[in-house]
Design a protein around this ligand. Structure first.
Ligand code: ADP
Ligand code: MG
Length: 455
């Protein structure tokens, strides 16, 4: 078993003797060992710029020292924070015995805890947008195989599905002796395919059976990738039924509700939706700020309110991207030894990222997207018409502007042809009630939010 923290620390010791103090401290010491992928040590850089610099200037020396200290490794790969999850998934061999590379080997159990330490219920910030998903995840963690089986969590990208799965896992590892299998759907698809190719007679190999049927809890992340894979779906259907009948807890995540996953067999859609299905919505401004504060605290960074609001207002509503902006601020602060605590400094630090792509969602984007979705004109949404086919999208636009941008009602009123703030309030409340009681409106709002995310 390889302990990558130890490997990296030994490498750092050697590097510190070879390199200039400043370069070492600024560029190398801040790298974080993530995992081993194809015999290379994966090192995470705090930002894209830092990654580029280490890659061009220091990759050779790091590689040389690393392989000298640890001949079983062949080199290094540099990644940024947003690729971390992918690499961790790729080194998925933690659970199937092959390769077996873990960050923190637990001496007691035969299987190391594959769940990221930082993704727990405690570090998950609750808000209106994720309250149901959070409650459901907690309930399943405490009572697996109980009332909510399967638990199906869906949302747009970067809104916390994987975080919740790891939180459930971390909780169960601590509180029970359950055998938990956590796989992303790509790994599972590969396992199923290689099992089929090796055993044409439809029989499962022992290793496959051991892995998929001998678990008490099965978690499959991003199950939407089963879409279109008929043979895999068929195999998964049997695994699912087998576990389900034994009251084994199944937890699935996806970017869509079961019924909306294209080319997924009807019987699987029905199975997936037969327990509890919960979604995570885009967090509102307040929750976004709370998430930033929590992430900053985890890194012991003193985040000023001004900067927290600046990031929350200027990033898309995707939490992962928002975190990227925060990390950039933290990195710049440490690089310059100046705390970035004002909007002006933050703006400077984030200039590139904010220019790269329009990260801001503003009221115009929302109105345009709603108009596009309903195939009505923007003028009509702002205008006086009271036709049903205009009133509904207008109210949804108002609701979304208020929710996502926390824009004051009076300001929204003047934007919508000088409507009174009570009219705006009525529209907002009507839609927020409808979302709870009317499935159609709920889906419409979720679709529009997804369109906004994917702009
Ligand atoms: P998904 O799997 O839905 O694409 P992730 O679970 O990978 O999203 O989340 C992306 C990042 O955002 C992670 O770093 C996660 O910790 C963070 N995140 C998302 N929602 C929250 C939340 N409510 N509280 C704290 N962190 C969150
Ligand atoms: Mg995910």
């Amino acid at each position: 078993m390889i302990n990558i923290d130890e490997i990296w620390n030994n490498t750092l010791d050697e590097l510190s003797k070879l390199m200039q103090v400043v370069s070492f401290e600024v560029w190398v010491q801040k790298l974080e060992p993530v995992c081993v992928y194809q015999n290379k040590l994966v090192l995470c850089s705090p930002t894209k710029t830092a990654k580029k610099t280490v890659e061009t200037r220091y990759s050779d020396v790091i590689s040389e020292v690393l392989t000298a200290v640890n001949p079983q490794l062949e080199g290094v790969v540099f990644i940024t924070d947003d690729q971390k999850d992918d690499y961790i998934k790729l080194q998925d061999s933690v659970l199937d015995g092959a390769g077996f590379i873990v960050k923190d080997p637990t001496p007691a159990g035969p299987v190391a805890n594959p769940f990221l330490e930082k993704y727990t219920f405690d570090t998950f910030v609750q808000g209106k947008s994720n309250a149901y998903a959070f409650a459901a995840a907690k309930s399943v963690a405490a009572n697996p195989g109980g009332a909510y089986n399967p638990l199906f969590i869906y949302s747009g990208v970067g809104l916390g599905k994987t975080h919740l799965l790891h939180a459930i896992g971390n909780y169960m590892v601590k509180s029970s002796k359950l055998r938990i299998l956590y796989v992303n759907s790509e790994t599972m698809i590969n396992d199923i395919i290689s099992n089929m190719t090796n055993k044409p007679s439809n029989q499962e190999s022992n290793a496959f059976r051991e892995k998929y049927r001998n678990c008490d809890v099965l978690m499959v992340d991003d199950i939407q990738f089963l879409s279109g894979k008929t043979a895999t779906q068929e195999a998964f259907f049997f695994i699912f039924n087998d576990l389900y009948q034994q009251n084994k807890q199944i937890i699935l995540t996806s970017d869509k509700a079961p019924k909306d996953i294209p080319t997924l067999e009807e019987r699987l859609k029905t199975r997936f939706a037969s327990g509890l299905t919960v979604d995570i919505q885009i967090p509102d401004l307040e929750t976004r700020v709370a998430i930033l504060r929590s992430k900053a605290a985890q890194q012991e960074f003193n985040l000023s309110d001004e900067v927290a609001f600046f990031i929350a207002e200027n990033s898309t509503t995707n939490v992962r991207e928002m975190e990227g902006l925060l990390n950039k601020i933290i990195f710049f602060s440490s690089l310059t030894n100046h705390t970035i605590d004002t909007q002006t400094l933050a703006q400077e630090a984030l200039q590139d990222s904010l220019n790269d792509k329009k990260e801001v969602i503003d009221a115009t984007d929302i109105v345009n997207t709603v108009a596009q979705y309903y195939k009505v004109s923007v003028q009509d949404l702002f205008g006086p018409k009271r036709l049903k086919q205009i009133v509904e999208p207008r109210m949804i636009a108002i609701y979304l502007i208020n929710e996502l941008l926390s824009m004051p009602l009076a300001a929204i009123g003047s934007m919508f042809g000088n409507r009174d703030h009570t009219t705006i309030m009525h529209a907002r409340d009507k839609i927020s009630d409808d979302i709870r009681t009317n499935t159609k409106i709920k889906i419409v709002v979720a679709d529009i939010k997804n369109m906004l995310l994917k702009r």
